[in-house]
Design a protein. Structure first.
Length: 94
C-alpha cells in the first residue's frame, strides 16, 4: 500500500487505509521519535466506505468530526488503556 498505512480491523476482515496526507505524527510521551508500527492502536475517522472491496479509507486529521468530538477524542496513536471498555471486555472473554 504505497503512499499511506494499511490496517486490518480485528475480527471483521475489513481493511482500512490511511493516506499519507491524513496521518498525524504519533504522540508518545515515552518515545518522542516514535513512528507507527504494526500492532499499534490508532483512532481514526472514516472518510470513505467501499463495500465492494470491504475497505475503509480513514483519516487522523478530524476533517469530518464536529468540534465537540474532536475535542473529546484524540485521533492517531492511542494506548490500550484508552480503548473502549467494550473492546477490553470482548478480548478478555475469548
Amino acid at each position: 500500500m504505497e503512499g499511506g498505512r494499511g490496517l486490518v480491523l480485528d475480527d471483521l476482515g475489513i481493511q482500512a487505509f490511511c493516506p499519507t496526507n491524513q496521518l498525524v505524527p504519533p504522540i508518545d510521551p515515552k518515545n518522542p521519535n516514535r513512528i507507527y508500527a504494526a500492532g499499534d492502536f490508532v483512532r481514526c475517522e472514516i472518510l470513505k466506505v467501499s463495500p465492494e472491496s470491504e475497505r475503509l479509507v480513514v483519516g487522523m486529521k478530524g476533517n469530518l468530526l464536529s468540534p465537540e468530538l474532536l475535542h473529546s477524542y484524540q485521533l492517531g496513536l492511542i494506548f490500550e488503556h484508552e480503548l473502549p471498555s467494550e473492546y477490553t471486555y470482548v478480548n478478555t472473554s475469548h
